[in-house]
Design a protein around this ligand. Structure first.
Ligand code: 0O2
Length: 244
């Protein structure tokens, strides 16, 4: 399940401390506990960890996961080979949300996170071949109970880093009693080879220091090109085999 962090964000929250809304929220907290002022990071973590919030995001992830299992079964039956290799999901930690809000120069608050971030809930779909990505994306678009809000194709146009994946931001209706809320889930769809690169890239980021950064980034970008070449060759081979 989700890892719990004590949030520690780079801006320290000082830039945001003056907002009227924030003062009000801190006062409310003081009245309730009499404890010392909570930082913006702690407030964000506390609101994110509210069971009703967590359960809404978990519900949305469960819906998408169930849908992807159906899509996998359908596409596997059609093509007579497995299409999706694995699925993984997570709810973003308060620490990671805080970092992203700072990066986007947004106020650190739960409301801003919910309003501006598309990936508080995320699911990763790893397919065997690069053409499977588009089959899965098309099948998601066809689902009448889901709304595709935004799409980014980093396979056709890889990121400067070399990162490749298709991202769909999908709206999932979550109804509790008489209230329906649309929860956004980021679905990252990539091939097995693209996933290998992304995982290794994440690992390298932890290792690199400022002096190494340019060199490491150049090298990982080159490996992304190499891996894409192998990915395409595997696809060509599969098509030759299928063609008899
Ligand atoms: P984490 O830990 O994976 O959650 P948007 O707000 O929708 O317009 P966003 O989310 O700001 O767009 O950016 P983007 O590039 O569409 O998607 C960001 C996510 O893609 C990242 O999430 C990563 O999961 C993945 N990603 C993007 N670029 C790279 C890269 O160069 N290397 C690797 N390994 N992954 C990448 P987070 O929030 O950064 O992290």
């Amino acid at each position: 399940m989700m890892k719990r962090y004590k949030a520690c964000f780079s801006c320290g929250g000082n830039r945001h401390r003056d907002s009227k809304k924030e003062k009000k929220r801190i006062n409310i907290k003081e009245n309730l506990t009499g404890a010392e002022k909570l930082s913006l990071e702690d407030l964000l973590e506390e609101e994110l960890e509210n069971p009703m919030v967590q359960l809404r995001y978990t519900y949305a992830l469960d819906v998408i996961r169930a849908k992807l299992r159906l899509i996998h079964a359908d596409l596997t039956a059609q093509s007579r080979r497995p299409v999706i290799r694995n699925l993984s999901s997570r709810i973003k930690t308060a620490e990671s949300i805080g970092r992203k809000l700072v990066k986007k120069q947004h106020e650190i608050s739960f409301e801003t996170a919910v309003a501006t971030l598309n990936d508080i809930a995320g699911i990763r779909v790893v397919c065997y071949f690069c053409d499977d990505i588009y089959q899965v994306a098309a099948a998601i678009r066809e689902q009448s109970d889901l709304r595709v809000i935004k799409e980014k194709d980093y396979v056709k146009r890889p990121k400067k880093s070399g990162y490749q994946s298709v991202h769909l931001i999908v709206g999932v209706p979550v109804t509790y009693r008489d209230r329906t809320q649309e929860i956004r889930v980021e679905v990252q769809i990539r091939s097995f080879a693209m996933d290998y690169w992304a995982e290794m890239d994440t690992q390298m980021c932890y290792k690199k220091n400022t002096a190494q950064i340019l060199h490491v980034e150049r090298e990982t970008k080159n490996y992304s090109d190499l891996i894409a070449e192998v990915d395409n060759k595997m696809l060509e081979l599969r098509r030759r085999i299928e063609g008899g």
